[in-house]
Ligand binder design. Sequence first.
Ligand SMILES: [Ca+2]
Length: 283
Amino acid sequence: MVGNGVNSTNNKAVLLVVNAQTGAVIREIDTGAGSASQPNGLFAPTAILGADGKSIAYAYAGDLLGNVWKFDMTATNPASWTVKRLFQAKSADGTGAPQPITGGVTIATNPVTYQRWVFFGTGRFMTVSDTNDKAPLMQGLYGFEDTDAQLQYSDLVKRTIINTGASQSGYPVRTFEPKADLNPGAKGWYVSLPAGGERIIQDAQLVANALVTASMIPETNICDATGSGYINAVDAFTGTSLGTLFDLNNDGSTADNNVGGVARWLRGCRWACRRCRSSSTGR
Ligand SMILES: [Ca+2]
């Protein structure tokens, strides 16, 4: 299974299911989302096996217009496979421009509720103009339950990044808000990334209950090989702080209780690209 990607002739987001042995197309599942004026494309899908442990039951994928799709492939006949939208990510809490989902989506089961969850970050880094996208709160990080219906922003809890200007052991650090349960009835959470062009263009990794994903902040000069970003880690099922995860002072322990002058709530560690490569800035 592959997403059709960008620049297709019909500008839609389409999942392609191909026979791996022969290359024959088993089914193209068109989400119907996209047009010439709003070109779309589907990115990397993640599939879930059914109860037999060998047959694909569902696949999930995001598209250029911020849609998260769930493909139901439980039917024996591929012609009966269906797709539905679970969410549409938009900037500034759902009121603004669609947030492109160009990395894959991550799927996991909540160990407490046994419900399936979907995780992803938003952003794109494909064109020259993408590097100049520095608007605040343009992109985000999301986690929500697959309720088999489309969720709205009102179904999610807004989480925030706090303590954004600190440093520890030479690293710029920041923190997510202290550990807290989801509000009653909430189906997930989201975090808006700050200004400066920060975005997420990779699929998140789940390590135990830690959702870990790198964000990137490109430099405006597209010829520059440098840039920076954060390694972000949050509690996957609440979107809040984990406690301890990073060893910033290199003492062999992740119990860095005081980070950047703020106790215990470290969740982001900034990295900087140091590749030795000639560029316009000579770095
Ligand atoms: Ca340490």
